[in-house]
Design a binder for this molecule. Structure first.
Ligand SMILES: [Zn+2]
Length: 302
């Protein structure tokens, strides 16, 4: 799905990368190979490579044109970032601005940036390097940041959480880098708006907290002309989690909460006919979902 129209809202997919990320067993640790290759969940070759056992995913940004405004949903990994604990992202040279230009979007035109959460691959192009410092890539945009993620990841505010989180200190060190080069400059420029609970952006777009993957993980719901969609961020990394909605990615910080949020959002999507648009699905990228057995099945939108 490269472009879809829902009522008065236009959605454009800007794909930065599609291919192997990591072993599938590492991405969704609770699931073995049969979940990826068996029966209705046969995910090769678009989402799984049986030869190598790799999870196939995507890095992408979604452009939403609504009410005369241009909204970006997540901003990828960025360019030239120090991410020593994440080889795939370390000093990666992402090309989002060029890809946006090809899609007809200039940086000055972007009115709203939504970060569904504050992980490295969702905030990278929030900023760009200019004269040796990081500045907002989108000079006229309001950046919506989940307040719970700012509280958790901001080195100036999150240290209380560190003592109880029990996480590898290298992850904290890298999150500090992410916050420093991709979030702090937006705050310093006065372009950030923190929100919690839910936030209506316009008559068609509403942000809603769905915590678990991170404390402030959120979804963006779209409703226009009786048609609906939901950008689910990292609530799922692969369609294997449609068939197995209780199974988390290895990146979910609160497993029980993440599973509950995923199930709640998928149940609503199935009941209300929302088009589900995740951050990292390869292949078609978006799907309508329906109940099947203990999980859900996808009808891909191509
Ligand atoms: Zn992600």
């Amino acid at each position: 799905m490269e472009r879809i129209v829902l009522g008065d809202v236009e959605i454009i997919r800007v794909l930065e990368y599609q291919g192997p990320f990591a072993p599938a067993a590492a991405i969704v640790p609770a699931l073995g190979e049969p979940a990826w290759t068996g029966g209705d969940a046969a995910l090769a070759p678009e989402h799984y490579d049986p030869a190598s056992g790799a999870y196939i995913g995507a890095l992408q940004t979604w452009v939403v044109r609504s009410g005369g405004r241009t909204v970006l949903v997540d901003t990828g990994v960025g360019a030239g970032r120090e991410r020593p604990s994440t080889p795939m992202f370390h000093r990666r040279e992402g090309r989002l601005p060029e890809l946006l230009a090809a899609a007809g979007v200039r940086p000055e035109e972007v009115d709203v940036v939504v970060n569904t959460h504050l992980h490295a691959d969702h905030v990278g192009w929030n900023t760009k390097e200019e004269n040796g410092s990081w500045v907002p890539t989108f000079p006229n945009a309001v950046y919506f940041l989940p307040a719970a993620d700012r509280a958790f990841f901001d080195p100036a505010a999150g240290h209380a959480a560190r003592s109880t989180a029990g996480l590898d200190p290298r992850r904290w060190a890298e999150w500090d880098l992410v916050f420093g080069d991709s979030v702090a400059p937006v705050l310093a420029a006065g372009q950030a708006k923190e929100w919690s609970g839910s936030l209506r952006i316009d008559s068609a777009l509403v942000l809603e907290e769905t915590p678990g993957h991170t404390p402030g993980s959120s979804v963006l719901r779209v409703e226009s002309g009786g048609e609906r969609a939901v950008f689910v961020g990292d609530l799922m990394h692969s369609p294997v989690q449609l068939a197995h909605p209780s199974c988390n990615s290895c990146f979910c910080l609160d497993p029980a909460q993440a599973a509950a949020s995923r199930l709640r959002v998928l149940e609503r999507a199935a009941a209300e006919g929302e088009l589900v648009i995740p951050a990292h699905f390869a292949g078609a990228g978006a799907a309508r979902v329906r109940r099947q057995g203990a999980g859900f099945a996808a009808d891909w939108v191509r």
